[in-house]
Design a protein around this ligand. Structure first.
Ligand code: BES
Ligand code: MN
Ligand code: ZN
Length: 512
């Protein structure tokens, strides 16, 4: 959808040609005296438009309005969360008639946060997946809004927030697109091609490694997961350089299992189709890069995506097999369905070469995290309090929330193995945490956080589909870092960096 920002009063919005006019009405008194504002004021006075965010009142062909339909939507206190509720309700109601051009105006003053929330919610409510539907079916059901003009009292004051929100939306929609694609339309190779496409954006470079490169790097754990599949693995390396060359980057690592059958530890048939979403961590990294390419903040970011299928065949990894990770640690694979950590551990080891300021991995890692937190908050794991605070704040600000879970060493007890340095699973108890404890063994040398998005990356049931989360959180975190307002520790001091700086790291940074 094409988003536009315009300086509009309610009166001016009423004169705009559109299929639907949405007026976002806060609980503050309406001062304007134009006919539409007067009508809104009297509707509120009569109790026909309660203040509660999400309440709607539809008007048909009011004389004073150029659009044939008007939806008044309450946004209560006007805070971002209330704006989201109001906009979701209004756009969901308005889209039934298949409008092409929608004008949405704030009846009261709106700050950058309110504008960003309106843009994100409007995009969420109007998103339609079409890629694997026939043209005929798209003609009926896939009618999507082409243009949305957002009217505010002073466009200049919120231009930056609007631009960032629009870029974030394009990142979220890229993440949704790749998340929603079925496994046969989203192979590791196709995912890598999508990443290469991003390499055309300014300041972004993309490099893709194949099975031989991965073998050479010693990523025995990642390669082992891929070995049961006919699709060759891909290791995607994205670099966004917006900051000085020697500035330590933030590294994002996304789990890219394009389909997870469970392998020999086969998953049950029910809902197994949803394991096409097992690359949503990877998709969130691609989406974040799309947003970075549009916003162009002054920061350096690296994206790493180990991508493969977890499949069954004569060559597939077996329970009990011991594999050697790139770190040198050997791993006893007690359950081939705990494959996410097996591909992520090698990517975390690879991340070390960048001497990163922080490494954040994003993964649909455990069913246990869905049990713990449901679909509302992603699981956040880190031993770095500053990084935790920054990611939590980014989650709140972007309404893409997370919740910190513990990493006490006692949780690692169950990962002990008689035949390798570590086992890839512990017992059932605390499964999201034991998975994080496994990853932590490979993240010793840098500030690290893990986001388990198993519950938040997609919705099941009638609304089945990718959510694009946590692109909002990640972009918000990176923007806060770029502005220097992040609670996360700034990049280490020069002297600290010098002592810790290897030639490999310098080289890696210099080619960023
Ligand atoms: N991709 C799954 C995690 C998952 C399961 C996400 C269900 C969302 C819904 C992951 O690879 C997996 O299978 N994890 C296992 C780990 C277990 C074997 C320790 C799980 O959660 O059951
Ligand atoms: Mn699995
Ligand atoms: Zn998986």
């Amino acid at each position: 959808m094409d988003f536009q920002l315009k300086t509009l009063t309610v009166a001016r919005a009423a004169a705009e040609k559109s299929d639907v006019l949405i007026v976002l009405v806060g609980s503050a008194p309406i001062g304007a005296k134009d006919p539409l504002s007067a009508r809104i004021a009297s509707a509120r006075k009569a109790g026909d438009l309660p203040d509660k965010a999400g309440k709607l009142l539809a008007l048909y062909h009011p004389d004073e309005v150029a659009a044939s339909r008007v939806v008044l939507a309450a946004i209560g206190d006007g805070k971002p969360e209330s704006v989201r509720t109001g906009v979701l309700a209004a756009v969901n109601a308005a889209k039934a008639q298949g409008p092409k051009r929608v004008v949405m105006v704030f009846a009261h003053e709106a700050d950058g946060a309110a504008v960003a929330s309106a843009v994100a919610a409007a995009a969420d409510a109007s998103y339609v997946y079409t890629t694997t539907k026939s043209k005929a079916s798209n003609g009926e059901g896939g009618r999507s809004i082409r243009q949305l003009v957002l009217g505010v009292a002073d466009a200049a004051a919120v231009t930056q927030a609007f631009g960032e929100a629009r870029a974030t939306v394009s990142g979220i929609e890229l993440a949704k697109e790749w998340g929603n694609r079925p496994g046969n339309h989203c192979t590791p190779t196709l995912l890598a091609d999508a990443a290469k496409e991003l390499g055309r954006l300014p300041r972004i470079k993309c490099e893709v490694l194949g099975p031989k490169d991965v073998q050479k790097l010693g990523m025995g754990s990642f390669a082992a997961v891929a070995q049961g599949s006919a699709e060759p693995l891909r290791f995607i390396v994205l670099r966004y350089q917006g900051g000085p060359k020697d500035q330590a980057p933030v590294v994002l690592v996304g789990k890219g299992i394009t389909f997870d059958t469970g392998g020999v530890s086969l998953k049950p048939a029910a809902e197994m189709d949803e394991m096409k979403f097992d690359m949503c961590g990877a998709a969130s990294v691609l989406g974040t890069f799309r947003a970075l390419g549009e916003i162009q903040p002054a920061i350096n970011v690296v994206g790493l995506v180990p991508a493969c299928e977890n499949m069954n065949d004569g060559r597939a990894l077996k329970p009990g097999d011991v594999v050697t990770s790139m770190s040198g640690q050997t791993i006893e694979v007690l359950n081939t369905d705990a494959e996410g950590r097996l591909i992520l551990c090698d990517a975390l080891t690879y991340a070390k070469r960048y001497e990163p300021a922080a490494v954040i991995d994003i993964a649909t890692l455990t069913g246990a995290c869905v049990v713990a937190l449901g679909g509302v908050r992603s699981g956040l794991f880190t031993s770095d309090d500053a990084l935790a605070a920054a990611l939590q704040a980014a989650g709140e600000a972007s309404q893409d929330r997370c919740w910190r879970l513990p990493l006490d060493d006692e949780y690692a007890e169950g990962l002990k193995s008689n035949f390798a340095d570590v086992a890839n699973v512990a017992g059932r108890a605390g499964g999201a945490i034991t998975a994080a404890k496994f990853l932590q063994r490979f993240a010793g040398d840098f500030a690290w956080a893990h986001l388990d998005i198993a519950g938040t990356a997609w919705k099941s049931g009638a609304a089945k589909g990718a959510t694009g989360r946590p692109v909002g959180l990640l972009v918000n975190y990176l923007m806060a870092r770029a502005r220097g307002t992040s609670a996360a520790a700034p990049s280490p001091s020069k002297s600290a960096r010098k002592t810790g700086s290897s030639a490999a790291a310098r080289k890696a940074r210099s080619v960023q």
